[in-house]
Write a protein that binds this ligand. Structure first.
Ligand code: ZN
Length: 99
């Protein structure tokens, strides 16, 4: 798992595995003025399919926080830093969170 993303939980739905990731508040930095004084205004979710585990399809469900900078007023979305797909190939499935 790369810095900035936080593992939330794993869901199993209709034979598919979903890893839910959240973005840490420490990542809320304004891209315009580099201020860390940004607040969360909302969020949406983005799902993308990644390397399957065995025969199970695997999806990464990440939140995309919508933020506003309190210093310069810029509004921005934070695309989460996704773990590299190679981290969850079957060979290294031992490293996949199973909580
Ligand atoms: Zn700003």
């Amino acid at each position: 798992m790369r810095e900035g993303s936080e593992y939330v939980r794993t869901d199993y739905q209709q034979g598919a595995v979903q890893f839910h990731l959240a973005v840490k508040a420490a990542q809320f930095v304004c891209p315009s003025c580099q201020s860390g004084n940004a607040i969360r205004k909302g969020r949406r979710e983005r799902s993308l399919q990644t390397v399957p585990i065995g025969v199970k399809p695997v999806f990464l469900v990440t939140e995309v926080p919508k933020c506003a900078c309190k210093d310069c007023g810029a509004k921005f979305e934070l695309a989460p830093l996704l773990p590299r797909p190679m981290c969850i190939t079957p060979k290294s499935s031992r490293r996949v969170p199973t909580r």
